[in-house]
Ligand binder design. Sequence first.
Ligand SMILES: [Zn+2]
Length: 260
Amino acid sequence: MLWLLEGIVWILRFFIGASVFSFFNVVICRLPKGESVIKGRSHCPGCGRLLTAWEMIPCISYFALRGRCRGCKEKIKARYVWMEALGGIFFLACILRFGPGPLGLISLPGLAAFLYLGILVMAAWIDWDTRIIYDRFSVGIVLLGIFSLKLFSEHTLPQRLLGCVLVAIPMLLLSLVIEGAFGGGDMKLMASSGFLLGAKGVAVAMFIGLMAGGIYCGIMLKRGKLTRKDAFAFGPFLAVGLGIAFFWGDALADWYLSLL
Ligand SMILES: [Zn+2]
């Protein structure tokens, strides 16, 4: 019986994460349009029909509706369900990495990690769509950094302050030499994340981001989908690096330093 209960607890946890990311989906859709993210109920973008509670259950509604609006039969974007599934998986990953907390839900470090991943996904997705990283995401990361000063005390204040400038300042200098090398939003994302992750973490994140962005560019250039003059959103690649660095940044940095 115990394994059954345990299973139910994990499924509930998955749906908590999925529900939070379902809300983040709303932010991704509405923020670039300048719409309020709290006011106005969810509606079908096709016909404008308001959604009932049954149509808003993360992941399940999409499959129950066979991916189409009940009113106008227009296809629902698959990215909604992907985003919700990602939220569920991230919530479980944060519990596994940082431990469950009160009521078996999630520990405070786990919650900080989950919120950080949420901010990264929102910033990356909007950057991909619009090539803008909103300042409010960087402000949110700084607030998380302050909130986590005691939670992640291994990241001391001097390390965090070094983290703010270690990557962001070289990015700024490079942008002065090569016009448009990095956007201001990219730099603010790395500066604020440096305050959360510390110097080691943000360095690892930049390394992974450059690798991932470089591989993507190489593939796109080869396929002829990008030319050398094209600019592309770098935020999503930085976000991947930052997410990985939150989980394993210090370990990866220590491993790399041990090789030198
Ligand atoms: Zn519709």
